[in-house]
Every structure is written in C-alpha cells, then in structure tokens.
Design a protein around this ligand. Structure first.
Ligand code: CMC
Length: 427
C-alpha cells in the first residue's frame, strides 16, 4: 500500500507518495510538486535528492555496506575477477562459464585500437594530464567506431569494445608519454594481465606477469567498479540524457572523475604523503591544518558524502596493500606515514564528530605505486575501474521507462529587471 506525505503550503494540503526501495530506503516522490504547488525543492550538491531508481548498486553509508547487484563487495573482491564483476554490473547477473568465455573472447577481439589513433596521442603536449588525454580519446572513439545502439547485440558490442579499448588506450598513452614503443594487446592474456603487459613490457626488459600483482589489480578495479549516483556517474547519466553517444557520455564521466575531491583524490593522497615525507612534517601538524577553518587544506583520502563510517572499500584496499608489500618484501615509508596519519585522525575529536574516516583513495595509491603505476596515471586507473559502472548506469538510464532529459531548476537570486545603460553613461 502506497504511503503519502502531507504537505501544507499557503493553507492548502498536498499529498506526495513515498517510494520504498528493496532495502527499505524511503524517498518522497516530488515529481508533481511544481505542477501542483508552483514551488520547487532546493538541494545544492543533491545531498538529499534521489535522481533515479536503480537496480545496480546498494550502499548504506551508516553501516558501511556496498553491494553490486546484491552481492557484497567483500565477496566480489575475494572470489571474483574484474571481468566477471564488469559482466555482473552491465548484465545484472553473474555469467555462466560459457557466457564469461564469450565475454572474454569479445574483450580480446576488440582490444586493438585503430592505428590512426596513435597520431592523436603523439600530438598532445608531453605535459598533458593522462585524464585529459583519456577523455578526449574516448570521445574520439565515436569517429572510429560508430555505434549502432538500436539492437541489443550491437549495444553489447559497443560497450564491450569500449571496456576493452579503454585499457589499450590508457597503456598506449603511458608508453607514448615515455617516448617508448607501444605494446599491443595479447590475445592469450586476460583483462588485467593484458593491461599490465601493455604498460610494462619492453624489448629490453620483458615484463614478468606475477599472479599476486594481477590479483591486486583485479581487486583495485572491482572496488572501483560502481558507486551508485556519485559525481562522475551522475555526469554520465545527465550528459547521456541528452541522447549523446555512449562515448560522449563516458567522456563526461572521465572529466568529472578527474577532480581531487572525487577520483583525483588518489593522486592527491600520494602527493600529500610525499610532501609530508619530504618536509618531515609531523602528522599531528597536518591533522591540525585539516581542522583549521582558516586553512583550505583538507586531509585527502578522508571523508565521504555517503559513508559516515569506515568505507568498506578502504578496509579491503588497506588489507590488499599490506599483503602486496609483504609478498614483495617492500618497505614503503608512505604506508607507515599513512597509517600514522590514520591513527592520529581516528582518535581526534574533530574527525570523530565529523564522521571522517579513510575512503577508498587513502590506501589505493600505495597499491598502485607497488604495481608500478606512475602517480599521474592513478585517476586513469580509477576511470578504467569505474567504466563498467558508468556503462551499466548509462544503459539503465537509457531504458525508456527511466529516460528523462536531465534538467534541474534553480532559485534565481540575481538583480531584478533593470534597463540597459549605454557605455558612455556607465560610471
Ligand atoms: N579533511 C578535513 N575536514 C573535512 C574533510 C577532510 N578530508 N572532509 C570533510 N571535512 C569537513 C568539512 O570541513 C566540513 O566541516 P564543517 O561542517 O565543520 O564545516 C564537514 O567535514 C563536511 O564537509 P563537506 O565538504 O560538506 O562534506 P561532503 O559530504 O560534501 O564532502 C568530500 C565529501 C569527499 C568532498 C570531503 O570529505 C572531502 O573533501 N574529502 C577529501 C577528498 C577525498 O578524499 N575525496 C575522495 C572521496 S572517495 C572517492 C570517490 O568516491 O569519489
């Protein structure tokens, strides 16, 4: 039975239905608010606004729960591969053995990129940020591989092509930025191993694929694969709602992810830790700066809009980090600093009262450093991981029952009507 919330405005009572999700989450459906009452809601940053209903990812920020299609992130990180998790997110169910094989073959078949795309890379200035390059290259894919989005099979081909090629494009951009020869994808390697090989293999030093590194990369990408209506996913849905191509919508997501408050935080964390190590600053001083309201500095890798407890992804990332460093017998001073920083922050009243805990980005940079990924590629790694989520969300939003052009409203606070003043009369 539908429940209603009563709303009294200018002496009149209006009723709006309550929508209840499968996990008991409740929302007030204000779809008819403006038509009935003439008013709109105001919610900068959309902290209280549900922009859609979705079957893909469930998060409980108070309890620290994250599930893809109902399956806990802890189980996926332990038992699944990134490839399989990508399939789950995009198709809604875990694949059978045959379906996974077919998906893997398709990923391999689509992995090379058009040779002409290399010319684009070569003409970007050397100092270009890889996120800017990736975003441009994904848009450029539309010119090389036009989509045919009307039939289910062709949508599958388009999204698989994108999943496959993004990994090739990222590795290619790294090789070209170093002035090295591009390494082509190998049909015998699965998704993560293939990426590592394209990144690090060279004629002078053949890359040795290590199962522990492959596992760590699988976990890293699984943890990033979706996170419901975050900034970049909302960008994908909003841009996609104008019925642009999938490539253009994903490119918008990549651009949104770039920022240091979102995906760019993994790069910002390592830069913060490196600076801390180089300057020999006491971690307590850094925490004091983060609390100082006159200082714009924030502790990168801490805090989250939804999680008001420890980010479940950060727990897995921290354990992966410890395991990887132990396996390779590496002593990374940045890990010691990160742990010291977490220790101080986790016992600090400000951090406790503001519910500020480490998020996924706090330990992920150390994992990536250990794998050999350069710092300026960290956010690209996040983007490759988030791609299945963006695709799943884009597909869901394109469904005719969900699709609606995204177009928020505003409350205007500028000058009221006034006359144009000719330039000679302006003071
Ligand atoms: N360091 C110090 N203070 C903080 C921090 C931080 N990292 N994060 C939030 N606060 C304080 C903030 O100053 C404010 O204090 P007060 O209420 O006293 O004025 C309060 O906490 C709420 O902050 P907010 O910016 O209104 O909260 P939000 O929900 O909009 O912010 C956030 C979420 C992620 C932007 C923020 O926590 C932040 O800037 N963190 C650092 C950047 C970061 O690590 N981003 C990665 C997020 S996880 C990856 C992803 O999924 O995108």
């Amino acid at each position: 039975m539908t429940e209603y919330i009563k709303f009294i405005f200018e002496g009149k009572t209006f009723e709006f239905p309550v929508v209840i999700g499968t996990e008991g989450e409740k929302a007030l459906d204000i779809g008819s608010l403006r038509n009935k009452t003439g008013i709109i809601t105001l919610d900068p940053g959309y902290a209280n606004t549900g922009s859609c209903t979705s079957d893909i990812t469930f998060m409980d920020g108070e309890k620290g729960i994250l599930r893809y299609r109902g399956i806990p992130i802890e189980q996926l990180a332990e038992y699944s591969s990134f490839r399989e998790t990508a399939y789950l997110l995009i198709h809604g169910e875990l694949p059978t053995e045959n379906k996974l094989k077919r998906f893997s073959v398709m990923l391999n078949d689509h992995s090379p990129v058009h040779e002409d795309m290399q010319y684009f890379f070569r003409n970007f200035p050397r100092a270009s940020h890889p996120m800017g390059i990736l975003s441009s290259m994904v848009t450029a894919l539309r010119s090389f591989y036009p989509e045919l989005p009307d039939m289910e099979d062709e949508v599958d081909t388009t999204v698989t092509r994108l999943l496959s090629k993004i990994r090739t494009l990222a590795a290619m951009s790294y090789k070209i930025s170093k002035g090295h020869k591009v390494v082509y994808p190998r049909p015998d390697l699965p998704y993560c191993a293939n990426f590592l090989n394209m990144m690090f293999d060279s004629p002078v030093r053949p890359y040795e694929i290590h199962e522990d590194v492959v596992k760590a990369l699988n976990i890293f990408w699984i943890l990033h694969a979706d996170h419901e209506q975050n900034c970049s996913t909302s960008a994908v849905r909003l841009v996609g709602s104008g019925k642009v191509s999938l490539y253009a919508a994903i490119s918008a997501g990549i651009a949104a992810l770039w920022g240091p408050l979102h995906g760019g935080a993994n790069q910002a964390v390592i830069e913060m830790l490196e600076k801390l190590a180089a300057q020999g600053t006491d971690v307590k001083q850094l925490v004091a700066r983060a609390k100082d309201k006159n200082d714009p500095f924030r502790l990168m890798g801490f805090g989250h809009r939804v999680y008001k407890t420890y980010d479940p992804r950060a727990k897995i990332m921290k354990a992966t980090c410890d395991k990887l460093l132990t396996q390779f017998n590496i002593n990374d001073p940045l890990l010691d600093l990160a742990k010291a920083l977490e220790e101080v922050a986790s016992t600090d009243d400000y951090f406790i009262s503001h519910n500020l805990y480490p998020n996924v980005d706090f330990y992920s940079g150390i994992v990536l450093r250990t794998i050999g990924i350069p710092t300026n590629m960290f956010t690209v790694m996040f983007a490759i991981g988030r791609l299945p989520g963006w695709i799943a969300q884009w597909k869901e939003s394109m469904d005719e029952s969900q699709w609606k052009l995204g177009r928020p409203r505003q409350i205007y606070t500028g000058p009221v009507e006034r006359d144009f003043v000719p330039i000679e009369k302006r003071s």
